[in-house]
Write a protein that binds this ligand. Structure first.
Ligand code: GDP
Ligand code: MG
Length: 438
């Protein structure tokens, strides 16, 4: 998954215009990726049409390759489909969670409460599930872990009555999260109960909680919940598993809502505010292009303008230890180099495979040692590390208080990176240069 899409995109390297065949091929791969991520077939077809039309009709802006052009169209169309994250003002409000049993409502309630508490609000969870044995205990424990207020009553039978007492008991909280019971499938009883609770609580927002593995069933569920109480936002849970959550797009589409949160684990901290870029990257199994561009830009701003160091020179000519030091500083700001490279289509896969595993493995601790060692090197040695033989190694080691072994490691690391840079230099399309320039 993703790699065939990447492969197809790579065949567009260097082209400035796309033929109809090129576009068809890209669209086919996008379709494959989206269907594998459980995106609804109708949605995939609709998306394909708009991508195909735009890719053929719109000319790539000057200086943009056909591949980047088509990638941007794909990205824009997906953003348009998925939308921004559900609006959630940081102010007093009541949120109702709905969904089938096991979708992750109770877990999400505690997670959201934790999230709001980190934003400086005072949340409380009201547990109205009288259907599932153990719901009270589970909810109570999670809320304790989240260190948020909780109300439930294991002996009560009427969910509306629990909601009434719960809202009263937690009056001084400013965000109320009302958890409801689910059923193993959609049925009249569930919907009726939900309507009653919703009618009484009168929430500001109803969130539909969906398991990432939901697949094609999302549409019917969303419709049923939407008809009953209205859906303002969707929470996709269990994204830490293998499912990519594409099924939830049908729910968003069906209810004309957006995605609010993503659940990424079983503990109360495993919650993320939805953000289209990362989600789309995950769906397509491709690198996070937007974030990459921003991170590279930030990193280059922080390290690039201390003197006249120009990453482009590095790409053209020699790769010195001075370049390596700048690289390491940039990496500190961007994250591990292999992850950064993996985000760039065309570089990630193929090239990474040709490098030894530890070529990228410069840990933060080792970087600090390397810094210290470089401080003990002369300008000549930094500019031309080839001159460092056994004798100079000894001197540098003594001067820096590092073992000779570490000095040799630094030189070895430099040689590996030099080799890698040479390979970039050999790349026709110049992804790296463009990336560095941004
Ligand atoms: P509810 O019936 O809708 O209230 O669902 P629960 O909150 O009880 O969750 C059902 C199961 O899914 C529990 O075992 C949770 O621990 C698990 N779960 C919920 N959210 C996540 C998540 O984001 N990741 C993982 N791995 N498990 C989750
Ligand atoms: Mg529950």
């Amino acid at each position: 998954l993703g790699s065939s899409l990447r492969g197809t995109l790579d065949t567009l390297q260097g082209k400035s215009r796309l033929s109809k065949e090129d576009v068809d091929e890209v669209v086919r791969e996008i379709q494959r990726s989206l269907l594998q991520a459980d995106v609804d077939v109708d949605i995939v077809m609709e998306l394909s049409d708009s991508i195909r039309t735009r890719a053929l009709e719109e000319d790539p802006p000057a200086g943009t390759s056909a591949r980047d052009h088509v990638l941007r169209i794909v990205y824009e169309e997906l953003v348009a489909l998925i939308g921004d994250s559900t609006d959630l003002p940081l102010e007093p409000q009541t949120i109702l969670l709905a969904g089938l049993q096991g979708s992750g409502k109770t877990t999400t309630a505690a997670k959201m409460a934790w999230w709001f508490s980190k934003k400086g609000l005072r949340p409380a969870v009201v547990q109205t599930d009288t259907f599932r044995p153990g719901a009270y205990e589970q909810s109570k424990q999670m809320c304790e872990r989240a260190e948020v207020q909780f109300y439930g009553d294991p002996d009560a039978e009427d969910p509306v009555e629990i909601a009434r007492r719960g809202l009263e008991a937690t009056e001084d909280a400013d965000v109320h999260i009302v958890d409801t019971s689910g059923r193993s499938g959609l049925n009249e009883e569930l919907i009726e109960e939900l309507k009653e609770i919703e009618g009484f609580v009168d929430p500001d927002r109803n969130l539909l909680v969906l398991d990432a593995a939901i697949g094609q069933g999302a549409k019917d569920q969303a419709q049923a919940f939407g008809d009953a109480v209205g859906v303002d936002g969707v929470v996709i849970t269990k994204l830490d598993g293998t499912a990519k959550g594409g099924g939830a797009l049908a729910a968003v589409n069906e209810t004309d809502s957006t995605i609010a949160f993503l659940g990424t684990g079983e503990t109360v901290q495993d919650i993320e505010r939805f953000e289209p870029n990362g989600f789309i990257s995950r769906l397509l199994g491709m690198g996070d292009l937007k974030q990459l561009a921003e991170r590279v830009e930030r990193a280059m701003q922080e390290t690039g303008d201390e003197d006249d160091w120009n990453p482009e020179d590095m790409m053209k000519g020699q790769f010195t230890l001075l370049d390596m030091r700048r690289q390491m500083q940039a990496m500190n700001n961007m994250g591990p180099l292999d992850q950064v490279l993996d985000m760039i289509p065309g570089i990630g896969g193929g090239l990474m495979d040709q490098l030894p595993d530890d070529a990228m493995d410069v840990t933060q601790g080792r970087m600090r040692d390397f810094e210290v060692i470089m401080d003990s090197m002369t300008d000549e040695e930094l500019r031309n590390p080839r001159v460092v033989g056994a004798e100079r190694t000894r001197r540098i080691a003594r001067g820096s208080g590092q073992p000779e072994e570490r000095v040799r490691e630094l030189l070895e690391q430099h040689r590996m990176m030099e080799r890698m840079i040479k390979q970039f230099q050999g790349m026709g399309d110049g992804d790296m240069q463009r990336m560095m320039k941004k």
